[in-house]
Design a protein around this ligand. Structure first.
Ligand code: UGA
Length: 435
């Protein structure tokens, strides 16, 4: 099938490359000429495992094209809209980019079309888009169907998530669009019970509810971790015990520095703002967000009380800058937040990440006591302690003799990935979360 993807960010580009891999003819459209020029030579503007391979392969197979032109993009009549809807600063999603895409489509579409919204949109947005499309196109005798098909891919495993989804959510009352979208996803060979057909409002809310539920699970475990610390329980043992209950499940039960990234906090804020407007009281989501925002401060206090009180003459290595492993994305990264809080209190911070490069760290320019390291074990003998902020596989089994070079031999594990017993046996101090 011939598909146009509008917006070549994480969701759009991964969806486009994967649809092409599934055999569809895909045009990815983006208004950023730099991004499109790079994509034409098979270079994704961000790191995502396996993505460049898929782009290159499908360009060669002539199933994947890139353009900045709506004239080219509008040759097709199936559009997946994947533009970002960032926080507008007041807690609601900013629909500026979406509105500009819709205005252009109104001008450029000349035949019946299906608009599939993958962007995360406030509940009710799809309906109002459908109404506004009808108002514009019906007098021209053109029929535009608007569907909601939220995306559940995770950065760092986005290609795999797209190719092996737990479910496909299709929000549309239109029979033709249901069949069409089911056909588009058919090459994934999913069982029929992986498809959930529902109203557009339910599809919109399913996306928000899924993200905020996962975020709440994490905050819940971070709360339990605090109780564990006060009682002598161990959060690893508690998680294993809880996760064995199939009703609870073992995923997203990891206590740590809290969740970062561009999705969870944004989606929580959007639902909280909706709840406020709708006079819904006692928000679990609002509490879960507060717990997350407090997590980094609790960790900073741990650093102060275990390596301080005066940290002014102390230096630390920070491992992990991305908001999660297998990505170079630092948007809303807890590591960056911690660095901003820690830097004014310490002598020097040495930063290392397997994928984030110093070029993307302009947000830290004002902090003068920061040095970016190119290799993992650099400067250990100049530092007092190690602070782990991201759970990269590369950090799970560090060399003990390197850790022993740290002046205070202290390790703050913000993601609970190290074996505390081994460290203690080797005369290293270990501070985790809920342990
Ligand atoms: C999230 C959702 O998981 C996706 O399903 C959704 O499609 C996406 O948002 C989106 O709306 O676009 P993402 O933010 O890419 O995906 O990454 P996650 O794997 O969900 O991790 C988010 C944060 O939670 C990370 O900082 C991670 O370190 C943290 N986390 C995760 C924990 O602290 N504990 C856990 O147990 C799991």
């Amino acid at each position: 099938m011939k598909i146009t993807i509008i917006g070549s960010g994480y969701v759009g580009l991964v969806s486009g490359a994967c649809f092409a891999e599934l055999g569809h003819d895909v045009i990815c459209l983006d208004i950023n000429p730099k991004v499109i020029a790079q994509l034409k030579i098979a270079k994704a503007p961000f790191f995502e495992p396996d993505l460049n391979r898929l782009i290159e392969k499908n360009i060669l197979k002539k199933r994947l094209k890139f353009t900045t032109s709506y004239f080219t993009g509008c040759k097709n009549n199936i559009f997946f809209i994947c533009v970002d809807t960032p926080d507008d600063g007041a807690g609601s999603p900013d629909l500026k980019n979406l509105n500009s895409v819709l205005a252009t489509l109104k001008d450029k579409i000349k035949k019946d079309a299906v608009l599939v919204l993958k962007s995360t949109l406030p509940i009710g947005t799809n309906k109002s888009i459908a109404e506004s499309m009808d108002k514009h196109f019906l007098s021209k005798n053109i029929n535009i169907d608007v569907c909601s098909n939220p995306e559940f891919l995770k950065e760092g495993s986005a290609v795999n998530d797209f190719m092996h989804p737990d479910r496909i959510i299709l929000g549309t009352p239109n029979k033709f669009s249901k069949l069409l979208l089911t056909e588009i996803y058919k090459p994934l060979k999913l069982p029929s019970n992986s498809f959930f057909y529902m109203s557009v409002e339910s599809a919109e809310l399913t996306k928000y509810a899924s993200n905020t539920f996962l975020a709440t699970k994490i905050s819940f475990m971070n709360e339990v971790a605090q109780i564990a610390e006060k009682t002598g329980a161990n959060i690893h043992e508690v998680r294993a015990g809880m996760g064995a209950d199939k009703r609870i499940g073992s995923h997203f039960l990891y206590a740590g520095l809290g969740f970062g990234g561009s999705c969870f906090q944004k989606d929580m804020k959007a639902l909280i703002s909706f709840e406020k407007k709708s006079k819904i009281k006692n928000s679990i989501i609002a509490e879960a967000l507060k717990i997350n925002q407090n997590q980094v401060k609790l960790f900073l206090n741990k650093i102060k009380s275990n390596a301080g009180p005066n940290l002014k003459n102390k230096s630390f290595i920070i491992w992990g800058l991305s908001f999660k492993p297998n990505t170079d994305d630092i948007r809303d990264s807890i590591a960056i937040e911690l660095i901003k809080l820690l830097s004014p209190n310490v002598k020097q911070l040495y930063l290392f990440d397997p994928k984030v490069t110093s070029d993307s760290l302009s947000c830290l320019n004002q902090y003068k006591n920061i040095q970016f390291l190119n290799t993992k074990y650099e400067n250990f003998s100049s530092a007092h302690g190690l602070i782990i902020c991201t759970e990269w596989d590369d950090f799970v089994s560090p060399k003990i003799q390197e850790l022993q070079k740290l002046k205070d031999r202290i390790i703050f594990d913000g993601r609970n990935i190290l074996d505390s017993e081994i460290l203690k046996e080797n005369n290293l101090s270990y501070i985790g979360i809920g342990i």
